[in-house]
Design a protein around this ligand. Structure first.
Ligand code: PFF
Length: 358
């Protein structure tokens, strides 16, 4: 089967696809509020150390395993270590990909819905009122059909991209979505930095507060470095398996890690400069994105545009990651069970969608 394996069309395409997997809700949603709550720059420093010491070698190792075996995780471990327990690591990857996809696509659906709310001026009513924004968010997520509808659209998009294959689906769309993510983020960063008092946000994010740093923060930073680089679930093995055997992977790995880290920092800057400029509560935690931000974007001049851009950015980041998660499951059924790409993707995208409903 590995003879007619699909391959990336270009190095840039591979870098954008893998960076697209890495850059996701973890960078834009999770990292900024974790850094904000765990000692600012002190946390960022520990996080960067984890990325360097743990992230870099594992990304390179996963790419190398994929490229060498030309197989997704289960097959890769079977080939490298026949008759050993290692294949179970591959099975665990497929299983956890499945579990993560079912919640990731629910949140992906929220980002899509919030993009539409923003563009239709729906944040106006929440201006300066995070309590109302929180209530409306609560109403939305606890209603029956609305989140379901957006969840299904989101997973439908993932399925559609993946069914089109590695080169004409994942790579083609990553080459559009990743540059879009970078451009939108830079616009938001410039907007934030040029707001009065925006610089206070930089201080909050980057001034080291070692007193806020606990042993738990270190564990969080380590865990997050795995999550943000999409490690341990076979995603990078799967993407590496679409490299040609003679393709260089070291510099690509560094690009992926650089883009992932830079985008997390930029997202932190875009969010906290805006939060501080408008005097909102930076300690909003996980609710920062869906409660606090909708209530402040509408207070900015051109708020509809900024709110829409932000949630669209979040949606794109979620989508490029979600496709990589579904691809792990799809690739397993193609490689190990001989299924067609369309059958594997539609079946397991559908099952993950159904699990996500619960
Ligand atoms: N790296 C993604 C993020 O930061 O949101 C999440 C993720 C994607 C985790 C793919 C694992 C994975 F296989």
């Amino acid at each position: 089967m590995s003879n007619n394996r699909e391959h990336w069309g270009s190095r840039v395409g591979f870098i954008f696809a893998a960076a697209g997997s890495a850059v996701g809700l973890g960078n834009i949603w999770k990292f900024p509020h974790m850094a904000g709550q765990n000692g600012g720059a002190a946390f960022t420093l520990i996080y960067l150390i984890c990325i360097l010491l743990v992230g870099v070698p594992i990304v390179i190792a996963e790419f190398a395993i994929g490229r060498k075996t030309q197989l997704s995780p289960v097959g890769a471990f079977k080939k490298l270590a026949p008759d050993s327990w290692w294949k179970n690591v591959g099975y665990l990857g497929v299983a956890s990909a499945f579990v993560i996809l079912s919640f990731y696509s629910v949140v992906g659906g929220w980002t899509l819905r919030y993009t539409f709310v923003a563009i239709s001026g729906g944040f106006e009513a929440m201006a300066g009122n995070p309590v109302l924004a929180k209530e409306l968010f609560g109403d939305f997520v606890s209603s029956t059909w609305n989140p379901l509808f957006w969840h299904l659209i989101f997973i439908g998009l993932c399925i559609w991209i993946i069914v089109n294959g590695v080169k004409y689906g994942i790579e083609r769309w990553s080459k559009i979505m990743m540059p879009a993510i970078i451009i939108i983020l830079i616009m938001l960063v410039i907007r934030g930095l040029t707001l009065k008092n925006g610089m206070l946000g930089l201080e909050f994010l980057f001034k080291p507060k070692f007193s806020d740093l606990t042993a738990n923060s270190v564990v969080l930073a380590l865990g997050h470095s795995f999550f943000t680089l999409s490690l341990g679930m076979g995603t990078m093995i799967t993407y590496g398996s679409y490299l040609k055997k003679d393709q260089n992977l070291l510099s690509s790995a560094f690009w992926v890690i650089f883009l992932d880290t830079a985008i997390a920092m930029l997202a932190g800057i875009a969010i906290f400069t805006t939060v501080f400029a408008l005097g909102a509560d930076p300690a909003g935690g996980a609710g920062l994105i869906f409660h606090v931000l909708p209530s402040i974007f509408s207070q900015l001049p051109g708020g509809i545009i900024w709110g829409t851009l932000f949630f669209f950015l979040l949606f794109l980041a979620a989508l490029t990651s979600a496709i990589s998660i579904l691809e792990v499951v799809t690739a397993y059924f193609i490689d190990q069970k001989g299924w067609s790409r369309a059958k594997a993707t539609v079946t397991f995208g559908g099952v993950a969608a159904a699990v996500g409903i619960f």
